[in-house]
Design a protein around this ligand. Structure first.
Ligand code: LRH
Ligand code: MN
Ligand code: MN
Length: 412
């Protein structure tokens, strides 16, 4: 008999006892894991590739509706993915209310609306920062169209990433473009309802190789700050230079009440968009650790910010199967989140005051070293979901079902 670590199992009981003896409120941890929702990206279900090749897989969705079907099945198996982000025009449909109804009927919602300002020829030299006023207007109109779509589908977040940048010194006027960027963002800001948000994402390079208009968190933060409360920064874990201390950025932005969301993925070299925590699990754990610490801050506004972050995957699965890749990502994120709940905050604060360098590091690392499968299995069991969603998918027959879609589905 295999040990499934369900609540009645010995492994779970040993785990629970040890955590209680460490001062961890295990029932609270269970509730927090149950509440963790990670939005999946519609484009993670479609065909994707590199500039060298897009391999077509069998069973890939042929329409935004089918992408939603796949996302809904991921939610059915995990209970942790109640919404799916859409990218416009990749997910353009004539009637967005119909798409919303379709999602609802399948048991999920539509999440962040991502404008796409990088795939049309007119954007070759930039979108909102293009020297051509007609192109800038087209770009802003698209942002406003996405704000309208977000209103139609009842989505809170418009999630922004700009490919705008340049390849050679002298090619563009940095400061002029900074002003145009602000103007474009402001037009969107003003169109948003009070309960809506715009999330400003940054990335240091690609597709532009010399400069990018929103290259780092400081630039995104500055824009968000100048715009006001509806504008927040989005951290995509793959968008930093090697060695960047992302958890520090996270702590800083939460403390400024300016962290609105995440795009989770892993990378080895650049923006590789691999399965979250497949290469860098400790980094994701340390990010969640900062979020947990801020969630317990004495300042209620900081606490509120930390508890109101949109967690999203942003990945493309080039050679691996799409739905299993999403499931593995979600399970990886849950694992690191669960571990971050095992850090004893009081012990950490004491070690910091004592200037006990290794003692403090030990408090953090110790939590990471626990095997949290018993905890996750208990959560999934209580949610009435399979304790191993990945395995459940393999056994579900879903893959055989979607194979009738054939090859040549939607890409990105
Ligand atoms: C850019 C990015 C951004 C896009 C997505 C497809 O690299 O991270 O979030 O919208 O990829
Ligand atoms: Mn992203
Ligand atoms: Mn990216």
């Amino acid at each position: 008999m295999t040990n499934q670590f369900t609540r009645s199992d010995k492994a779970y009981q040993v785990f629970e006892e040890e955590q209680i003896s460490r001062g961890i409120d295990i029932d609270q941890a269970v509730e927090q894991i149950k509440a963790l929702q990670i939005e999946t990206p519609s484009w993670g279900y479609g065909d994707s590739g590199t500039r060298f090749k897009v391999f077509q897989q069998e069973g890939v969705p042929r329409s935004p509706f089918e992408k939603i079907d796949d996302a809904a099945f991921v939610h059915e198996l995990t209970g942790a993915c109640s919404s799916v982000a859409i990218h416009i025009p990749w997910d353009h449909v004539d009637n967005f209310a119909e798409l919303k109804d379709h999602a609802q009927a399948k048991g999920i919602g539509l999440g962040a609306v991502n404008p796409n300002l990088f795939q049309e020829d007119i954007y070759k030299f930039g979108s909102v920062t293009n020297t051509d006023p007609d192109v800038r207007k087209r770009a802003v109109d698209h942002l406003l169209e996405c704000a309208d779509i977000a209103k139609t589908i009842g989505s809170r977040d418009v999630s922004l990433w700009f490919a705008d940048g340049s390849n050679y010194p002298g090619q563009v006027d940095f400061r002029q473009r900074k002003h145009w960027m602000y103007e474009g963002l402001k037009a969107l800001y003003e169109a948003l309802d009070e309960n809506q948000r715009m999330l400003i994402e940054y990335k240091f390079f690609e597709p532009a190789f010399y400069h990018t208009d929103l290259a780092d968190w400081g630039m995104a933060f500055n824009m968000a700050n100048k715009l006001g409360g509806k504008a927040q920064v989005l951290v995509d874990t793959g968008h930093h230079a090697q060695g960047t201390n992302i958890e520090h950025i996270v702590a800083y932005l939460i403390d400024e009440e300016k962290l609105g969301g995440f795009h989770f993925n892993s990378r080895k070299y650049a923006d590789d968009d691999l399965i979250a925590a497949s290469l860098d699990p400790y980094e994701l754990f340390l990010i969640f650790n900062q979020i947990q610490l801020a969630s317990a801050d004495t300042n209620p506004d900081v606490q509120k910010t930390a508890k109101d972050i949109a967690f999203m995957l942003d990945q493309s699965h080039n050679v691996e199967k799409k739905i299993p890749a999403v499931l593995r990502s979600i399970m990886n994120v849950q694992t690191q989140f669960a571990k971050s709940l095992l850090v004893n905050h009081q012990a950490l604060a004491e070690k910091q005051v004592q200037q006990d360098v290794l003692g403090a590091e030990q408090v953090v690392r110790e939590a990471y070293e626990f095997d949290v499968r018993p905890l996750l299995h208990r959560v999934r069991e209580e949610l009435g979901r399979p304790i191993d969603p990945y395995k459940a998918y393999e056994q579900s027959g879903y893959e055989a079902n979607i194979s009738s879609r054939g090859k040549g589905g939607m890409s990105w």
